[in-house]
Design a protein. Structure first.
Length: 143
C-alpha cells in the first residue's frame, strides 16, 4: 500500500531537490473511508505527537477551492468527525497550530499541499478517498 501513495509526492509540485528530501508514510488507514471513533481518536493522538502540541490547524478546501481552517484538538473530535463526512472527496490537512495561512482561492489543491509542506516541513493529509491519512515530511537540505 505504501508504494501506491509514493506518486502523490510527484503531484504536489515539489522541485527536484525538495522531492528528493520528501518522505511519505501512511499514518492511518480507514477501511470504510469513514472514521470509526476509536480510529479517529488514535489519529488525533498521533497528530499531537507529531506536532508536539495538543492543538493543531485543520485546513480544508470547499466551495470552489476556497481555503477554510480551524484550530482544533481532540476536544473537537465531533467537529472533525462530521467534517470528515461532509468533506468527502476533498483533502483535509492537519498542520502545526502556528501555521501561517491566509484565506485565498486555490486553483490547484495538490500544488497548495506542496507549498504547505515546504513552509512547515511536515503535514498530515486525509486523502480525497478518505481511506488513508498520510504523513509527509521534508528533511532539511544538506549542502
Amino acid at each position: 500500500m505504501q508504494n501506491l501513495w509514493q506518486d502523490f509526492l510527484n503531484i504536489i509540485d515539489l522541485d527536484k531537490a525538495d522531492r528528493q528530501n520528501a518522505q511519505l508514510d501512511i499514518l492511518k488507514e480507514f477501511p470504510s473511508g469513514y472514521p470509526q471513533e476509536r480510529l479517529l481518536l488514535s489519529l488525533l493522538d498521533e497528530i499531537e505527537q507529531l506536532f508536539q502540541s495538543r492543538e493543531f490547524t485543520m485546513l480544508w478546501f470547499n466551495n470552489g477551492r476556497r481555503i477554510y481552517f480551524k484550530h482544533v484538538s481532540k476536544e473537537d473530535m465531533k467537529f472533525i468527525y462530521h467534517a470528515w463526512g461532509k468533506l468527502a472527496g476533498n483533502y483535509i490537512l492537519f498542520l502545526p497550530k502556528d501555521a501561517s495561512i491566509r484565506r485565498q482561492r486555490v486553483e490547484d489543491e495538490e500544488a497548495f499541499i506542496g507549498q504547505c509542506l515546504k513552509a512547515h516541513n511536515q503535514l498530515v493529509v486525509k486523502t480525497e478517498d478518505a481511506y488513508v491519512v498520510l504523513h509527509l515530511t521534508l528533511t532539511e537540505k544538506v549542502y
